[in-house]
Design a protein around this ligand. Structure first.
Ligand SMILES: NC(=O)C1=CN([C@@H]2O[C@H](COP(=O)(O)OP(=O)(O)OC[C@H]3O[C@@H](n4cnc5c(N)ncnc54)[C@H](O)[C@@H]3O)[C@@H](O)[C@H]2O)[C@@H](O)CC1
Ligand SMILES: Nc1ncnc2c1ncn2[C@@H]1O[C@H](COP(=O)(O)OP(=O)(O)O)[C@@H](O)[C@H]1O
Length: 487
């Protein structure tokens, strides 16, 4: 289970255990996870802070009596009474002053990082940075308790001097910090230390993996016909960007979607139709866009608009038509998102759930933010604007985040740098549209699509360089993946 800092505090509060009992439980469980990493005569240096993380590390000491231990308080005496109580139980012979850090670092085999945990935010002071530099320079394996010191719990934000661990032990649940690993690389290995306490509420973080994916993918019935799953409508492309709508179609075809309808301008229709023979096309121009698209928009099970429409003269009319007439989940992608920059009010006319699929650049542009600011805390911003605009946001990046209007979210783990190429988002839009039409639950469909898009890239790089995967290989690779799994 993945939880935010606030949710973890709620779990602790409702655990039925006092904070003193909880800290002791952590000490005991943590010790059993640490033991396999320790040699018989290991010399352990425990570095503690003055908060709860420090308290956890004091509780650890009584469970590691067979080892030679030194304890250094990095930021002074414990602040709260439980931590103080535990600190007083630590044999004074093992407590060393901060001034002996250098010697202790030289003599130790391993370091336990119990300095800061999920109470940390902001930046480290110069004094603490100097200490962290010294610790890191000792080049001894560091084992971090819950969150590496100097990193924040609910984001990938961390001080540039944050400690890098060999193993981080996540306490009871994973936190966003653990899941956003590609953005900080602060641990080599992650281990979950289950505390076996109740989790009374469902977390706001939902998950997706291969098992869940196939649990949610409906098999085609023996009696199916081409209209059994309804139809999807993909509207996109423009002069010079025929590829974008073509990749939308490839994405939907990769999912085996049986009935694809496509809206594109007359000018690119022959090119796209020559490449894709199965979709039904509705080529349009400025004077017939409404007649060509409206009947289809009204009856589809899911639709998408915006990939590659940058040069489309009719794009404003098209956006309005889609938003105002679509009764099924509607994805707005790429230029379809940029067009809302000063116009998010248009979304109020939507008759159906709206899904925005921006990359970081498009997201920052839409909400008038700096890209760097969004990248510092993508989870926060995705959740904030999904709630404010009452839309689903698929914020695409190395860890794509999905945020729902009711504050649920998903952080994707699949995918790799081979996807960092023009067109991979257009492909995703087609995949998501197909999955939205297959399923009634929007959040599940989006999680499935984002997960699959990345998973297939991970499978493709088993046999290809990460410098070059061909997006056109997706239909075959998805087909193979489904076949291997009995579909
Ligand atoms: N074959 C085709 O026809 C293609 C059409 N495409 C379409 O072209 C239109 C414009 O796409 P462009 O690629 O020109 O411009 P974008 O508006 O997508 O990107 C502009 C800039 O945003 C920044 N950016 C993108 N992703 C980012 C991230 N994850 N983190 C931080 N910054 C990021 C980059 O600096 C990038 O150059 C879209 O409508 C798109 O659908 C592209 O998808 C490329 C392929
Ligand atoms: N380094 C990466 N690791 C994992 N996924 C990535 C990486 N870079 C890009 N992606 C994925 O590739 C897609 C890129 O989408 P986008 O930027 O919209 O491309 P385009 O507009 O060219 O189609 C997104 O789904 C994103 O999550």
């Amino acid at each position: 289970m993945i939880v935010s800092r606030k949710e973890m505090l709620e779990i602790e509060e409702k655990s039925g255990l006092s904070s003193f009992e909880l800290i002791n439980l952590v000490g005991k469980k943590l010790a059993t996870h640490l033991l396999p990493y320790l040699e018989v005569n290991s010399n352990i240096l425990i570095l503690s802070g003055n908060g709860n993380n420090g308290a956890d590390s004091f509780a650890l000491i009584s469970n590691l009596k067979q080892f030679h231990i030194n304890l250094i308080l990095v930021s002074g005496l414990p602040k709260n009474s439980d931590a103080m109580k535990l600190y007083k139980q630590v044999p004074s012979s093992i407590i060393q002053p901060l001034s002996s850090l250098d010697t202790c670092l030289k003599n130790c085999d391993v370091i336990i990082d119990g300095i800061f945990s999920f109470g940390y935010h902001g930046k480290l002071t110069d004094e603490i940075r100097a200490v962290f530099k010294q610790i890191q320079n000792a080049k001894k394996p560091i084992y971090s308790i819950d969150i590496n010191s100097g990193a924040e719990c609910d984001s990938a934000m961390h001080d540039s001097f944050a400690l890098h661990s060999a193993v981080t032990f996540a306490l009871d649940c994973y936190k966003p910090f653990h899941i956003l690993q590609k953005y900080h690389h602060l641990f080599d290995q992650l281990e979950l230390v289950s505390l076996d306490i109740p989790h009374p509420k469902q977390s706001s973080f939902m998950e997706m993996n291969q098992t869940l994916f196939f649990q949610n993918l409906t098999k085609r019935k023996e009696t199916a016909h081409k209209g059994s799953c309804g139809k999807i409508l993909l509207v996109g492309g423009s002069y010079g960007m025929a590829g974008a709508i073509s990749l939308n179609i490839t994405g939907a075809k990769a999912l085996g979607f049986p009935y694809i309808e496509v809206g594109c301008i007359d000018g690119i229709y022959p090119i796209v139709a020559a490449k894709h023979t199965t979709p039904v096309f509705h080529p349009f121009s400025a004077h017939n866009i409404e007649q060509q698209l409206t009947p289809t928009i009204e009856h589809v099970s899911a639709a998408a608009f915006g990939s590659g429409v940058t040069q489309m003269y009719e794009k404003e009319a098209c956006l309005d038509l889609m938003i105002q007439n679509c009764h099924a989940p509607l994805i707005l992608d790429a230029e379809g998102i940029r067009m809302l920059r000063y116009n998010t009010w248009k979304l109020r006319f939507a008759k159906s759930p709206i899904i925005l699929t921006p990359h970081i650049g498009e997201f920052a542009d839409l909400f008038h933010l700096e890209k760097e600011e969004v990248m510092r805390n993508p989870l926060h911003y995705a959740l904030k604007y999904a709630k404010e605009l009452k839309v689903y946001i698929v914020l695409k990046s190395a860890h794509t985040i999905i945020a729902t209007p009711n504050e649920q979210c998903y952080i994707n783990q699949t995918g790799n740098e081979a996807l960092a190429q023009a067109g991979s988002g257009d492909l995703l839009t087609g995949m998501l549209t197909a999955l939205l039409a297959y399923h009634c639950d929007i959040f599940t469909s989006l999680r499935m699509g984002v997960w699959l898009h990345g998973h297939i890239a991970d499978k493709l790089v088993e046999h290809h360089s990460k410098m070059h995967i061909n997006l056109e290989d997706y239909p075959e690779a998805v087909d193979q993946f489904f076949y291997e799994n009995g579909y």
